[in-house]
Design a protein around this ligand. Structure first.
Ligand code: SF4
Length: 64
């Protein structure tokens, strides 16, 4: 089922991993990263996001 918010989500998504099938479908994005003890790209600054390190430990290095 297509996400009704896909267009708005894409407009605010800062993820640079272009080929991800979850991009723009935030519920899938969050669930995927949560399963892996990670956070979505939007929790990180542009510089941090580019590392593709989405781990909770990386997040808490800057927000602990
Ligand atoms: S944050 Fe992760 S799941 Fe979400 S669009 Fe980027 S690579 Fe995909």
């Amino acid at each position: 089922m297509a996400c009704n918010n896909f267009k708005d989500n894409m407009a605010m998504c800062n993820c640079t991993y272009k080929h991800c099938p979850r991009k723009g479908t935030c519920c899938e994005c969050l669930a995927y990263h949560r399963r892996n003890a990670e956070l979505p790209a939007c929790y990180f600054t542009a510089e941090q996001e580019r590392t593709y390190n989405r781990s909770l430990s990386y997040y808490f290095e800057f927000n602990g």
